[in-house]
Design a protein around this ligand. Structure first.
Ligand code: ADP
Ligand code: MG
Length: 631
């Protein structure tokens, strides 16, 4: 602001210096005439308002009108005082204030072309006065302009204040916005997080939607299934209802049937007991001791003449012996020995036929009666064949068949509540010594045996093998073991089996827990030693000893049976190991069956006769009525 007047004053100086030479005085007034335009208050106001004078704008007015410019400069001065000073200073610098006035006066005079004569003072004064008037007008307008500018400035100041206020307001608003922005950046973070969460949730949602679809499908199928099941259920419910009715009916039927069954079981049991009683009565009527005779066929089959078996009578046998007449004149005389037994079996009688008779006694053994079955006869007469037989089905003897019958009958009785246990033993009596035929240990460690009578009158052998058996095969195995044991004992010179008694014993114990009934019995099957007698002179040493033992035990067997038959107070059981062992099965409550086996060869006539005599003596005995071993 301070520079502008300087610049304008310099130009003023330049122009005045040139006019001083008197050359350019005329052009100056021309310029003055144009001044009113640049002196527009707007131009001055523009310069003032901008504070920074634009160079181009400043120059243009300078070249056009130096005076105008100077006037403008004066006009923008802050006060009238300053204006005067400025003019004064300009005048002082230039030192020729009159010179610029002169041309102006020329102009003001309006007759710039007319030059006043030196003498025309009046004219000159009037020119000067015109000029003064001119200047005064100008000052006036400049003052007016100044006023306007001042107002404008005041207005501008006010506006500036307003603008500053507005600026302040804007700044505070900006700071508010900045704060808001800051807050919003936090919000953005949150937003990002939220959008991240959202995408995760969307993923999960789509996942869940997939699952939901699957579940829906499943639910649909299950609903269908449920429907089907409901239908089935309703069908089954009706079936169930029907069945329940049927079941109730069936239960009623079952109840009544159970009652019937219980009743029938009672009846059956009573029937079984009655059967036993009747069976026993029959056996007793048949005789508690029975003797069967069995004639072995000749090796070539058939029979020799001396043995006659009448076809009409199955109980008699005749031994015929023809003797030459002492005189020689008469024909041969024939002596017949007739014997009758409970049954006589001829040479063609099968093992099965023979067993049928014994099976009744085996039944008695199951019913609780002791049963003893002997095979008596000379060696080779068929004792072993009768008792054991051969392995072939048809040739099987009494022991395997009896065992089979017992196990089958026990199984049937099981249905009526009976439970049986079986114990088997097999013992050999040789020279009055006991030998365990079921022994499987070392020969050197064979134990000795003794017969013991227990307090309950049962007879047991010490150290003997008592084998529990529950089926036929086990028993057959034991028989095979016994035969093996026997054959190892015999030598070529000594047919041990024919010189010893073998006793197979099966202890039977039956319990019917429901009926509180028990029974106990023993089935004894004895293959006796050969009954043949030897001429004393022929038997010596071991043979003599054997013979004595055999004869002793066999004759004692006869004596015991006789004593029992005659109900003698003393029965000599102890006289032989055989009778002592079998005492429980002889007499009293037992059934005895003796087979007398006959060899058909003519040379056996004597032995046959002896055997038949022995057997018929036993047959004549009547043993006291037996009673079952009930406990
Ligand atoms: P034991 O034992 O009395 O000495 P066995 O039983 O050994 O006599 O019989 C001697 C032989 O006669 C044996 O070969 C046996 O097979 C045979 N035998 C015995 N009895 C009959 C019979 N009833 N039918 C056919 N063969 C028999
Ligand atoms: Mg034999």
């Amino acid at each position: 602001m301070s520079r502008l007047p300087v610049m304008s004053s310099k130009r003023v100086l330049t122009s005045s210096s040139s006019s001083e030479n008197g050359q350019d005085v005329a052009p100056a007034p021309k310029k003055i005439r144009k001044d009113p335009e640049p002196l527009k208050p707007q131009a001055a106001a523009t310069i003032m308002g901008c504070k920074r004078p634009p160079v181009a704008a400043t120059r243009a007015p300078v070249s056009k009108s130096v005076r105008g410019m100077g006037a403008a400069t004066v006009a923008v001065a802050p006060s009238r005082g300053v204006l005067k000073q400025s003019v004064a200073s300009t005048a002082a610098k230039g030192g020729n204030i009159k010179q610029p006035v002169a041309p102006a006066a020329t102009k003001a005079g309006g007759g710039g072309t007319t030059r006043r004569h030196a003498w025309d003072l009046k004219g000159k004064v009037s020119d000067m006065e015109g000029k003064i008037r001119n200047y005064q007008t100008k000052v006036k307008s400049v003052n007016q302009e100044n006023e306007t500018l001042r107002d404008t400035m005041v207005q501008n100041k006010m506006r500036v204040a307003e603008v500053e206020k507005e600026l302040e307001r804007q700044r505070s608003q900006i700071s508010e916005y900045e704060k808001e922005l800051q807050a919003l950046s936090g919000v953005q973070d949150e937003l990002e997080k939220v959008s991240h969460d959202k995408s995760a949730l969307q993923k999960e949602l789509s996942n869940l939607e997939g699952k939901y679809k699957v579940v829906e499908t499943l639910r649909d199928s299950q609903a269908t299934e449920l429907e089907t099941l409901k239908m089935k259920l309703s069908v089954q419910e009706s079936t169930l209802a029907r069945l329940q009715v049927t079941i109730r009916d069936a239960e009623d039927t079952i109840r009544s049937l159970k009652e019937t069954v219980a009743q029938q079981k009672d009846e059956l049991h009573a029937g079984e007991m009655e059967r036993r009683r009747l069976h026993n009565t029959i056996q007793e009527l048949k005789g508690n001791i029975r003797v069967f005779c069995r004639v072995r066929p000749l090796v070539d089959g058939g029979l020799s003449k001396h043995i006659q078996l009448p076809a009409s009578d199955i109980k008699t046998i005749t031994l015929a012996k023809s003797e030459e007449s002492h005189t020689g004149k008469t024909a041969e005389t024939q002596k017949n020995y007739n014997f009758s037994f409970d049954r006589v079996f001829g040479p063609v009688a099968s093992q099965q036929e023979v067993f049928e008779e014994i099976s009744l006694l085996v039944q008695s053994a199951l019913d609780g009666y002791n049963v003893c079955c002997f095979a008596y006869g000379q060696t080779g007469s068929g004792k072993t064949y009768t008792m054991e037989g051969d392995e072939f089905e048809d040739a099987r003897g009494v022991i395997p068949r009896a065992v089979q019958q017992i196990f089958r009958a026990a199984e049937k009785l099981g249905a009526q509540g009976w439970e049986f246990t079986f114990t088997a033993s097999f013992v050999e009596i040789y020279n009055e010594t006991l030998r365990d035929l079921l022994y499987t240990g070392k020969a050197s460690k064979r134990p000795e045996h003794e017969i013991r009578k227990l307090t309950n009158n049962e007879v047991k052998i010490t150290n003997l093998t008592y084998e529990n058996v529950s089926n036929e095969d086990q028993v057959l195995g034991l028989i095979a073991l016994a035969n093996q044991n026997r054959s190892t004992a015999q030598t070529a010179q000594n047919d041990r089996s024919s010189r010893s008694h073998s006793v197979f014993q099966l202890d039977i114990e039956g319990v019917n827990a429901g009926r509180d009934v028990k029974c106990k019995s023993t089935l004894c099957l004895v293959d006796l030693a050969g009954s043949e007698r030897m001429v004393k002179s022929q038997s010596q040493g071991e043979r003599f000893k054997e013979m004595t033992a055999i004869n002793g035990s066999l004759s004692n067997l006869g004596i015991v049976i006789s004593a029992l038959a005659n109900k003698e107070s003393y029965v000599p059981y102890r006289n032989s190991k055989l009778t002592y062992l079998l005492q429980g099965c002889l007499g009293g409550n037992s059934k005895t069956l003796m087979f007398v086996n006959i060899a058909p060869e003519p040379e056996s006539f004597g032995e046959t006769l002896n055997s038949l005599r022995f057997a018929s003596k036993v047959n004549d005995c009547v043993i006291g009525t037996a009673s079952a071993n009930r406990k």
